[in-house]
Design a protein around this ligand. Structure first.
Ligand code: 6PG
Length: 495
């Protein structure tokens, strides 16, 4: 049977595009695919023939893509973020795209670019965005999808996205591909909102990864454990509150032997981490909107610092680190303490991410549903974790929760586990083990728990050299005072 029209087009059949196409076919949608690299189109066709479901149509050009879709046409772009998106859209416009046709950017675009594109293409086409998380396997068997843009277009896209997304059962646990469950796909808000939420997801991902790496380093450096032994500890942790995809893959990584040297593969990998920029965007955003996300930012710093290998080696070879040698560590206690330190730090990283979303949402006028965001992160995405069910519950109970630190369940967890957290960070510091993520989270927590910060002195310093004024604790905050610090008869003046 030959088919002349598909339900959706995928432009860009690289790793993510091809797997999204196969996932759509699996779910009985007919797909037309195009890529400048015809080998990728052929590969998708070959893979599609093994499925016996849906129908894949090859397109020779963007014009051909349009001819193989019925109006209003739905075209998903899986091309590199940046200028390439506009190049493809402009080409599609030349080929006859109309205002009712929906173009979906599924890349890791900068959220402000998506806002601008929404404005640029208004009236010319229906611009829509869907941030996709889950990597290659997620795209193929069930990603987490953060959709945003025209709300009417969402009604057309929703059934497709819900069917291809990951699913969870009524306990919030991921279910196998093809099983019934609650979809991890949601409409987040206007253009930009979905990409913003994905950016924060990646910021949390950076923090989560860094915290796991610091736990690994602590076990290696302080307790002298092997990669295999650390893998076993992580395996145990992965059965409890720390259960997550990132923990699961870390167990697998730590237990992998290098076929060449027969030593743990991880020990053979250079300690230099790369980054594509989404963590950096979250860090910059947190600084720009004034919403502290120190654990996310530290995770970005840690990757950059790892890249300064030459400089690191010079410093490491020139200064002897003096540690507290009399410090005694009980192995069993230290592991338990580290578990709690990781859990509490992770919670703070999520609190930072959710607060960042809150802050920008209020600036942009977006009405974000934080429970829905936590729910679609329970499966499919890179940060999927048992923990997200508790976050979802926190926001279901109180949709306008100021901070996750204020949720009764989490505040009790922090109360019960914080001493262990402090012990881990203190011992790491005394023993010269860098743990910037764990300690930044602890400092974040301690600052929020402080009824009095030293910012009174700071504000006085600002007033001293720059007449920047201050508020007084015995007057309403909006009343400003300046002290005449340099005059012989020093006095305070009301501004
Ligand atoms: C996801 C990932 C994905 C990608 C990151 C990695 O949710 O599927 O976050 O988007 O793996 O871009 O980013 P770095 O290369 O910066 O680590």
């Amino acid at each position: 049977m030959s088919l002349s029209f598909a339900n959706i087009a995928i432009v860009g059949l690289g790793v993510i595009g091809r797997n999204l196409a196969l996932n759509l076919l699996d779910n009985q949608y007919d797909v037309v695919g195009f890529d400048l690299n015809t080998t990728l189109v052929d590969k998708t066709l070959t893979d599609s023939l093994k499925l016996n479901r849906g129908c894949f149509l090859k397109a020779k050009s963007l014009k051909d893509v349009l001819s193989k879709l019925r109006a209003p046409r739905v075209i998903a772009l899986s091309v590199p973020a940046g200028k390439a998106i506009e190049n493809v859209i402009d080409e599609l416009l030349k080929e006859g795209l109309t205002s009712d046709d929906i173009v979906i950017d599924t890349g890791n675009s900068l959220w402000t670019d998506s806002v601008e594109r929404g404005k640029k293409y208004l009236g010319k086409l229906t611009f829509f965005c869907t941030a996709v998380s889950g990597g290659e396997m997620g795209a193929r068997f069930g990603p987490s999808l953060m959709a945003s843009g025209n709300a009417i277009a969402w009604q057309q896209i929703k059934p497709m996205w819900e069917s291809i997304s990951a699913k969870v059962d009524s306990y919030g646990q991921p279910v196998p591909t093809g099983s019934e469950g609650e979809p991890c796909a949601a409409y987040i808000g206007p253009e930009g909102a979905g990409h913003y939420v994905k950016m924060v997801h990646n910021g949390i991902e950076y923090a989560d990864m860094q915290l796991i790496c610091e736990a690994y380093q602590y076990l290696r450096q302080v307790l002298n454990l092997s990669a295999h032994e650390i893998g076993n500890i992580f395996k145990k942790w992965n059965t409890g509150v720390l259960n997550s995809y990132l923990m699961e893959i870390s167990v697998d990584i730590l237990q992998q032997v290098d076929p060449k040297t027969k030593t743990p593969l991880v020990d053979m990998i250079c300690d230099i981490a790369g980054q594509k920029g989404t963590g950096l965007w979250s860090a910059v955003e947190s600084l720009q909107v004034g919403c502290p996300a120190p654990t996310i930012t530290q995770a970005v710093f840690a990757r950059s610092l790892s890249g300064l290998k030459v400089q690191r080696m010079k410093v490491a070879n020139s200064i002897d680190v003096v540690i507290e040698s009399s410090f005694e560590i009980d192995k069993t206690n230290a592991i338990e303490q580290l578990h709690d330190a990781l859990y509490c730090s992770k919670l703070c990283a999520y609190a930072q991410g959710f607060n960042l979303m809150k802050m920008t949402a209020s600036e942009q006028g977006w009405e974000l549903d934080y429970a829905a965001i936590a729910k679609i992160w329970r499966a499919g995405c890179i940060i999927r974790a048992v923990f997200l069910q508790s976050i979802a519950e926190a926001y279901v109970k109180n949709p306008s929760l100021d901070s996750l630190l204020l949720d009764p369940f989490f505040s009790e967890e922090l109360f019960n586990r914080q001493l262990n957290w402090r012990r881990t960070v203190a011992s790491a510091n005394l023993l010269g083990v860098s743990c910037a993520g764990l300690s930044s989270a602890l400092n974040y927590f301690d600052a929020f728990c402080s009824k009095k910060l030293p910012s009174n002195l700071l504000q006085a310093q600002r007033d001293y050299f720059g007449s920047h004024t201050y508020s007084r604790i015995d007057h309403p905050e909006e009343q400003k005072f300046h002290f005449l610090w340099s005059e012989s008869s020093r006095k305070e003046v009301y501004i």
